[in-house]
Design a protein around this ligand. Sequence first.
Ligand code: G3P
Length: 294
Amino acid sequence: MLANRPKTKILVDGGDPSETLRMKSLIGFVDGQTTNPSLIAKNPEIQRLIASGHRLSSQEEKDEYKKIVQSISPLVGDAGVSIEVFADVGTRAEEMVAQGQEMFSWIPNAYVKYPCTHEGLRAAQMSVHKSIRVNMTLCFSQEQAAAVYAATQGSKEPVYVSPFVGRLDDRGEEGMDLVRNIKKMYERGDGHVHVLAASIRNVNQLLCSFALGAELATVPTKVLDEWAATSFPMPDQDFRYQGADASGQLLKSIPYKALDLNLPWESFDIAHELTTKGIQKFVADFQSTLRRSA
Ligand code: G3P
């Protein structure tokens, strides 16, 4: 078990309650959990249904999702369980909020995930006014994080923003730089947005999230297993992080931008190709579990 708890809250990135329980006994605690449509589609119960030839209706899929998060909810600490709305690139904010409101009622510690798009930000703005906690997902740029800050100003609850480290690495960019840049930008803010390092692929990225002071990190069980197997190393004063691609080539650094957090959120250029691709992948994985007519 982990002797000294890091300041960064540790969340399990997954959709299987039995794995959350396993991580809880391995580490001694789990602060929270993040889920998404791809992770839910991989849930063993859903996979078992599909293997037996069953395809779910949209309602059944939603019921399964609810059951899964209700099992996870009591296992985790105050970082809560993030539940993602089913949104395609054309889904309107009002539709996302209607889903978000329902999902928020499933468990007492829910965070509703919306994408870092124009409609997702509108949905977040409406949600915080209704006291719905939000986690802004698929964040790939500092502009998106600035817009999250501006759109959710005044929120009574902490808002999460989730920079996706590994997916930036995948295209040769240093994903950890995005976490570093957002943390630096938020130093001038009021602290209402917490940085949740996501799409973590290895132990070094987890340690770097600690070193950068990310408020939270969501981690696949495979990486938590590796961290435990090496007796939970922690970054020391000399810790330096340098990402590399599969061939050992160093990743391209992402420069810091001086952005004004007090500007209206609509003024930031939030478009990002990886956000669009991420939404499309979630939709495809979600639909793979559904009946054709559902
Ligand atoms: O928390 C985000 C995560 O689920 C996405 O991870 O590995 O699919 O980029 P990955």
